[in-house]
Design a protein around this ligand. Structure first.
Ligand code: FAD
Length: 505
């Protein structure tokens, strides 16, 4: 008997999973997840990603079994794995979500489509985000995206029928990272994968943690709990964007209703949830850029910036940045926090990239790969768009150079975050925390922190590097060629939300 094959990728859930629901309705079906060596062993993958996937797979398998189904686990290359299964069970149709990931997945999808066509097997790919395939024009895109978010969520199938000959097919085990040549950073308290964890995370955010989101999100101290922390759950598809939007709408309606009926509601709630809604919409906005122009993984959005930094890559600066040893405590604390937890808030991500790109004048590609491995929520569509934006090479975004000194005063004035991740500075008073190298020799002895021995002296001078970068960037941005290409970049990728007079800046 021919089977319906549900190919799980970065959509590890049973709720709001249209391919699963449709396949189960069509006939006997099985789920398949393939550990693809080429993806796992790539430069942008880390063992922590695999761990999150495995936690998600364990729960997905048990959820599918509860419904009468099964999840087959395999490792290898695609479409070879499909071919092997087809030989044993005869695949009638492959059901999957559309995926916008990296260059490797893009090439793999092309191979799968070619093989499926040759084998006469239809492949049904269903969108799971607001990302539109083969989009012709950005005008009107946000309406399409919003329309998808409003659709009803798809319920999981009540029952899954397994094909009778399934017993002849080994189910396959969870693969540990030791089975792959995967890069690995030592990690502390990273988030755990799985659909239930994602729902719990959303619930605690919408009902308690998110109350001061608008104020909390910028600081690494308050952002840790005050941000939703949904990003890895979204990246691996433990929860769908639509589900998040529906829960958000319900919570907003509940709060408004409570207010109307005279129940005391924290005044910050509704504003915070409105900010959260706009952040959520950025997800698909950035993913759409990657869908429309996959080369942004490797090349500048605006090719007029080619050659700006390529020849000046300083390996020592790069290593100090990677190790969290630049001599700027906010930069170092963020990098070390990432090593421990795999997460940091938006502003600190932007500051890390700004420091690498402007102060250290590093081309974005190597830092992007390093951060991809560190971020548990690595999502290329967002990642490369943001990295390029924070490096100033899109031509359509304001050039923003973060001061690693001002960020201490603004976001961690009591040094809670810095002292947690840079213990060398534990006894250094608040007033010296942003620039400990400015302490006198005697102060360094008093506070047990010898600059150059216990903690590095700054690898570059902030002020002069800031000025140099600012002048170089503004000069380049003003060139006629840059401006001409920027106009094209805007047409293809720019957000249509800003008024016309602010565009292209
Ligand atoms: C250099 C750089 C690289 C980044 N790389 C990634 C990445 O690989 N994966 C990733 O998910 N996010 C990335 N971001 C965006 C953002 O920092 C994270 O989405 C956010 O910090 C995740 O935490 P959260 O889920 O608590 O976010 P919240 O603030 O609670 O936001 C909720 C959700 O909205 C979306 N969102 C929020 N901010 C942004 C944004 N600026 N752009 C796009 N979507 C957004 C995410 O899906 C996020 O999970 C990057 C930002 C920068 C500056």
């Amino acid at each position: 008997m021919a089977i319906q094959l549900v190919w799980f990728k970065r959509d590890l859930r049973i709720n709001d999973h249209a391919p699963l629901a449709l396949a189960a309705r069509t006939g006997p079906c099985i789920g398949l997840y393939v550990y693809e060596h080429e993806l796992i062993e790539a430069e942008d993958c880390d063992a922590a990603h695999l761990r999150f996937v495995n936690e998600s797979l364990a729960e997905l398998r048990s959820n599918l079994r509860r419904l009468g189904g099964e999840l087959i686990l395999r490792s290898g290359r695609l479409p070879d794995v499909f071919e092997q299964i087809h030989e044993q069970l005869v695949i009638s149709k492959i059901w999957a979500h559309e995926e916008t990931f990296n260059h490797i997945s893009y090439q793999r999808d092309r191979r799968v489509r070619r093989w499926a066509k040759k084998s006469g097997i239809p492949v049904e790919e269903i969108p799971q985000f607001g990302v539109v395939r083969r989009l012709e024009d950005r005008d009107g895109w946000s309406r399409q995206c919003a329309g998808r978010m409003k659709q009803d969520v798809v319920l999981p199938p009540k029952k899954i029928t397994l094909p009778p000959r399934l017993k002849s097919l080994p189910q396959g085990e969870i693969h540990r990272s030791s089975q792959f040549k995967v890069r690995s950073f030592r990690r502390g308290e990273v988030q755990t994968g799985g659909e239930q964890n994602a729902l719990d995370c959303l619930g605690s955010f919408l009902h308690s943690r998110g109350v001061n989101y608008r104020a909390d999100m910028s600081s690494p101290v308050t952002g840790e709990q005050g941000c939703s922390r949904l990003s890895p759950c979204i990246a691996y598809g433990n929860i769908s964007m639509r589900t998040i939007n529906h829960h958000l709408n319900a919570r907003v309606a509940e709060l408004k209703e409570a207010k109307k009926s005279g129940v005391k509601v924290e005044p910050t709630w509704l504003k915070s949830l409105s900010s959260f809604r706009s952040r959520l919409s950025w997800h698909c906005h950035f993913m759409q850029k990657m869908e429309d122009e996959p080369t942004i993984e490797f090349e500048n959005f605006n090719r007029a910036y080619d050659g700006l930094r390529e020849s000046k890559f300083n390996g020592e600066y790069y290593q100090a940045w990677c190790d969290g040893r630049t001599g700027y405590p906010m930069v170092d604390a963020c990098m070390r926090a990432l090593h421990q937890t795999g997460w940091i808030n938006f502003r600190m991500r932007a500051m890390l990239v700004s420091f690498a790109s402007y102060h250290l004048w590093l081309h974005w590609r190597q830092p992007a790969l390093y951060l991809a491995r560190l971020f548990l929520d690595y999502e290329p569509g967002i990642h490369y768009s943001q990295i390029q934006m924070q490096s100033g090479v899109t031509g359509i975004n304001a050039i923003r150079i973060y001061s690693p000194i001002k960020q201490v005063a603004d976001q961690d004035p009591q040094g809670l975050f810095i002292r947690r991740y840079v213990p060398e500075l534990l006894d250094v008073p608040d007033k010296h925390l942003a620039e400990p190298h400015k302490m006198t020799g005697m102060e360094q002895s008093f506070y047990g922190c010898q600059i150059g021995t216990d903690y590095p002296a700054p690898i570059v001078d902030h002020k002069s590097r800031y000025r140099l970068a600012r002048d170089r960037m503004h000069a380049h941005k003003g060139l006629p060629e840059t401006r001409a290409i920027s106009a094209e970049v805007y047409k293809k990728h720019g957000s249509r939300k800003r008024p016309a007079h602010q565009r292209n800046r």
